[in-house]
Design a protein around this ligand. Structure first.
Ligand code: G3H
Ligand code: 13P
Ligand code: ZN
Length: 307
């Protein structure tokens, strides 16, 4: 079927308290892995491209590959812009075939974040396209938006209520303790579940958890075994997904886990088969490994069986 606006998938997720994984893609192999996972798990799917992904692969290639791959599927697939930084980024994707856009004004002063989000929402809604905004600041690095971890501050529930009402966004990314990348927590993983619940009660709309990769030890150990270096990496435990979803999260953003899975598998081939130089035999295991990670996430998040 054609790509669907993300709010059509959110309607079920918000009503039935499950989440859909957002899986970031940059190339053919990741797109194929995610689409195959959605078919095998009968799950709705959100494929996301950052502005970095668009620069790398080209907007026309990404949209064409996603459309070609999903055309014959019965599961719902949305194509989403991740961390759009400007009105022009969002406009390019709205006009280019995406069905959801994130406008990330979280680094701006509050009123400017509202004004930018509203401008994007006004355009997107004319095209029946979903808009995600962000309030509060995550630690780590967000595409072109750099945020010092020390500056990170969590989303205020009352401010979120005002923000959603005035900006017209359809979904809200909240800062509740996660950060992007493979190094999320120094000690124990800590998420502010009460804050998620408080925000949800006041805004009602789908909430989004960024920086949500699990960074599982099986992947970091495999990466390390075949020559990678990722000491001290730590992500979001599976139990935290369940609690976050119970309290109102409906979209869970995963990029790092897919990168780890892909690179660990590619490293394994390169390390164990030095005579191999057929790219398909090197990238193919990477694609298979990404697919497995996505299938596991669909199960944990509760989107499996709801295609
Ligand atoms: O949140 C950021 C995503 O992981 C995208 O990363 O900007 O390197 O494509 P990227
Ligand atoms: P991770 O780095 O935890 O995969 O988060 C990705 C993300 O939030 C994309 O928007
Ligand atoms: Zn993010």
């Amino acid at each position: 079927m054609p790509l669907v606006p993300l709010h059509e998938i959110y309607a079920d997720a918000n009503k039935d308290y499950f989440a859909i994984g957002q899986f970031n893609v940059n190339n053919l192999e990741f797109i194929q892995a995610a689409l195959e996972a959605a078919v095998e798990m009968n799950s709705p799917l959100i494929l996301a491209a950052s502005t970095g992904a668009i620069k790398y692969a080209g907007l026309n290639y990404l949209v064409a590959m996603v459309k070609a791959g999903s055309a014959k599927m019965s599961q719902r697939v949305a194509l989403h812009l991740d961390h759009g930084a400007t009105y022009e980024d969002a406009k390019m994707c709205i006009e280019g075939g995406f069905t959801s856009v994130m406008i990330d004004g979280s680094h701006l002063p509050y009123e400017e974040n509202i004004a930018l989000t509203k401008k994007v929402a006004d355009l997107a809604h004319q095209h029946n396209i979903t808009v995600e905004a962000e309030l509060g600041r995550l630690g780590g690095i967000e595409d072109d938006v750099k945020v010092d971890a020390k500056d990170a501050n969590l989303t205020d529930p009352d401010q979120a209520k005002d923000f959603v009402k005035r900006s017209g966004c359809d979904a809200l990314a909240v800062a509740v303790g996660t950060s992007h990348g493979a190094y999320k927590f120094k000690g124990e993983a800590k998420l502010d579940f009460d804050r998620i619940e408080a925000i949800k009660k006041l805004v009602g709309i789908p909430l989004v958890l960024h920086g949500a990769s699990g960074v599982p030890t099986e992947l970091t150990e495999k990466l390390t075994r075949f020559g990678g270096k990722i000491p001290g990496a730590k992500g979001v435990p599976d139990e935290a997904y369940r609690r976050a979803i119970k309290n109102g999260i409906n979209k869970v953003n995963i990029d790092t886990d897919l990168r780890l899975a892909f690179v660990a598998a590619v490293r394994e081939v390169l390390a164990t088969k030095p005579e191999e130089f057929d790219p398909r035999k090197i990238l193919g295991p990477g694609r298979a490994s990404v697919k497995e990670v996505i299938k596991q996430k669909m199960q944990i998040l509760g989107s499996a069986g709801r295609g």
